[in-house]
Design a protein around this ligand. Structure first.
Ligand code: SF4
Length: 732
């Protein structure tokens, strides 16, 4: 390893540890050693220190102890005359740096200095990344729609190059974190001056203006092995190996490097994250810590993203329809405000609908887009609003009628991924907007059809061979065809509603989360969707047809061993193999005995409340306390990682209104507490189910956060309301 790099990493670590110590002693003098601290919305204390050492830093005195651990990893700078491989010392120093940076940032939070607000522009950086954000993005991490993470540190030579690098990362669906500066200039500022949308929706997230803010990105990475990987705090080797093998992160360092950049980089190399710089630095070739090169250089800014991807060993295939605007998931969260809007369709402003229909192969002319309507070109050119009926006809040898709704749900994503196009809703309550910039770039009405015909074939390769799109723009036509569409929606709903676990021979697995939680298997049945909420039985059935060797595999149900708890011989056989022997048996309809494993991206958590003889349900993102005595983030910490935890389980939100929801434990009537958010979002379906269970006013008997956040008040409320759980058989 280069002596220059090692010396800089060692010097930088010594500087930061000293800085952390000075700040810490001052804070202790001001506030006392017992002053408590936690980063916002995390169950993992100071995550890097916790993952590496299992030591939970809860107050200033704990920081002193953790800093002592950092000091033990420091080394003196190599002497002028000394020659040796310095890798071990540099890596130790890098880890000491990460500990010191985490403590410094925690102390800055205590002082109210984080997240940083830029005094010139008023822009507020993201600061610490919460557990909620991490879990929200979980599904994208595992399904390949977010293949990697880039940390850009410093500033590009000019604004144009800064934007080009970030756009290239966006188009490759890579989540980008920004930090650091070069003499006050930074990529964040370069993008802000060009009015580029920053934040989670655009997948470009400025963490803070200094190099030490890169630690927030590393804190996010290390929580992947805690949350999804089930690695235990203190298993530092397990964590570092997991980071190298499963978290595809890398750094692009723009502009001159200093000791702090080098030492932070050494910390990141410990985690297997390489760096590519645009300046003439010494390189570090493979030694086994990272997958390939550890530090490399690339002076050409048109090549630096590609070079970084190669150095990290990422494989990225992006399908883009032939349209005149950028395309990719990074544009999915883009909003179009009224003043930026060129034209809109639907959204209760004009009649509109969208429908996918299966046709015979010979009835479809692949790639054909037809727009029907009087003077539709002129009306489009005027902008404003227009009626729009969308009929997407698909054909393929393996296409089935059941897949129509699965494909139809992708209308939303495929349009939203186009820059300057926006979609909301579905069926006959859809709403599409095109902004002025997309119109100026040349987006026409036909391009909508081009997007669907390209992307449907790409997403559903083995079931869709041909796609043709017809767009209706005259109000009378839209209303007439919409009536036909409504009859089809109704027929589909009736068919789906009648689908039960008993009526099929095959369930499906989802193994996507195994890339993060190796022992987790979602067993998806007609009446139980995946716990992330993103896949139902039909989705997984279609996914298996599309990719027979992919993450969704059929599970022959086999014999019913226990009808009450939902145990099947075929499910147990499959699980034994698919979980690598970690899980031998599960019950589908109970939380009490061998419930399904949980990965980390569940929409909700159910937890037993023994005092109330029932369960509570809290959704991801809820910040408050619950009657289980834990917040969502703490509960999630003990449920995830591919574990079976009787009494606790991650679920998809819509499972709550399934007839199979905890049916072995008494079903819906066991719910004693549920957040207001869940009550409101499920109200209609919940009330229907409650009536079926003979308690039509059940929702009013269930407490929420406005009623109480502890079990004592909960019991009072339940007794007062006469909640049925109090009369049911004991859960334990
Ligand atoms: S269905 Fe289950 S395994 Fe598949 S992505 Fe969702 S949570 Fe992960």
């Amino acid at each position: 390893m280069s002596k220059i790099i090692a010396s800089a990493a060692i010097r930088g670590a010594n500087t930061l540890v000293q800085q952390a110590e000075e700040m810490l002693e001052k804070a202790i003098a001001d506030k006392g050693k017992d002053f408590a601290f936690e980063f916002p919305d995390t169950a993992f204390y100071l995550p890097m220190i916790y993952a590496m050492t299992a030591f939970p830093v809860k107050n200033l005195e704990d920081m002193r102890v953790a800093l002592g651990m950092a000091k033990e990893m420091l080394h003196p700078e190599p002497e002028e005359t000394l020659w040796k491989p310095y890798l071990g010392e540099a890596l130790d120093s890098g880890m000491a740096t990460l500990f010191a940076e985490e403590i410094i940032l925690a102390l800055r939070y205590i002082e109210g200095l984080e997240p940083v607000k830029d005094p010139e522009t008023g822009f507020e950086y993201n600061g610490f990344i919460t557990d909620t954000i991490q879990r929200n993005l979980g599904i994208q991490l595992v399904d390949g729609s977010m293949p990697g993470f880039a940390a850009i540190i410093g500033a590009a030579p000019d604004e144009e190059k800064a934007l080009k690098i970030c756009r290239e990362l966006q188009e490759k669906n890579i989540l980008t974190f920004l930090s650091g500066n070069v003499n006050g200039e930074s990529v964040t500022k370069q993008l802000l001056r060009q009015n580029i949308e920053l934040g989670w929706d655009s997948r470009i997230v400025p963490l803070g203006p200094d190099t030490i803010h890169t630690l927030y990105a590393l804190d996010w990475a290390i929580r992947a092995s805690l949350i999804f990987g089930g690695k235990k705090p203190g298993d530092f080797k397990g964590h570092l190996q997991y980071q190298k093998d499963r978290v595809f992160a890398f750094a692009i360092v723009l502009g001159e490097l200093d000791d702090i950049k080098w030492t932070t980089g050494a910390g990141a190399i410990n985690m297997g994250f390489p760096a590519v710089a645009d300046t003439d630095i010494p390189v570090i070739h493979p030694t086994g810590v990272c997958t390939y090169e550890h530090v490399d250089k690339e002076f050409d800014h048109d090549q630096i993203v590609q070079k970084s991807i190669e150095v990290r060993g990422l494989k990225i295939v992006v399908e883009k329809p032939p349209i005149p605007v950028s395309y990719g998931p990074a544009f999915e969260g883009e909003r179009i405000r009224k003043e930026d809007m060129f034209i809109e369709f639907g959204g209760q402003r004009t009649p509109a609908f969208e429908l996918v229909k299966m046709k015979e192969v010979e009835e479809v002319e692949d790639g054909k887009v037809t727009v029907i309507g009087e003077n539709w070109q002129e009306k489009y050119e005027q902008g404003g609003k227009m009626p729009l009926g969308i009929v997407i006809e698909v054909a393929g040898r393996k296409m089935q009628k059941d897949f129509e709704s699965v494909i139809e749900r992708k209308v939303h994503h495929s349009i939203n991924e186009a820059q300057g196009l926006w979609h909301m809703g579905q069926r006959d309550i859809n709403w599409i907007r095109i902004n002025n910039a997309a119109k100026s770039a040349g987006i026409t009405l036909e391009h909508l059809g081009v997007i669907w015909s390209t992307m449907m074939k790409h997403m559903f390769k083995s079931i869709v061979d041909k796609v043709q799109v017809t767009l209706y723009t005259d109000e009378a036509d839209v209303e007439r065809v919409r009536d036909e569409a409504r009859a089809i929606y109704k027929e589909r709903d009736q068919r789906l509603g009648s689908m039960t676990d008993e009526a099929v021979d095959t369930f499906y697995s989802c193994l996507l989360c195994q890339s993060f939680a190796p022992s987790h298997v979602c067993v998806i049945t007609p009446e139980r969707l995946g716990l992330c909420g993103a896949f139902n039985w039909l989705d997984t059935k279609a996914a298996f047809e599309i990719d027979p060797t992919g993450g969704n595999q059929p599970i022959e149900k086999g014999q019913l061993i226990d009808a009450r708890y939902g145990r099947y011989s075929g499910v147990d056989d499959y699980l034994g193999k698919a979980s690598g022997g970690a899980v031998e048996s599960i019950n589908l309809y109970t939380i009490m005995e061998n419930p399904m494993t949980s990965c980390g991206c569940f929409e909700c958590i159910i937890a037993i409340v023994p005092e109330a003889n029932g369960v509570m349900i809290v959704q991801r993102g809820h910040q408050g306390m619950t009657p289980a005595g834990m917040k969502f983030s703490t509960l999630a910490g003990s449920v995830g990682g591919g574990l079976v935890s009787p009494g606790f389980m991650g679920i998809g939100r819509n499972f709550i209104t399934s007839k199979k929801f905890l049916s072995g434990d008494g079903g819906l009537k066991r719910i004693v507490w549920m957040t207001k958010n869940l009550k409101e979002s499920l109200r209609e379906a919940f009330q229907e189910r409650a009536a079926e269970e003979g308690v039509p006013d059940l929702l009013d008997k269930i407490a929420d956060e406005d009623v109480c956040e502890d079990s004592e008040k909960l019991l009072e409320f339940l007794s007062e309301k006469g909640h049925p759980a109090l009369e049911m058989d004991p859960m334990i």
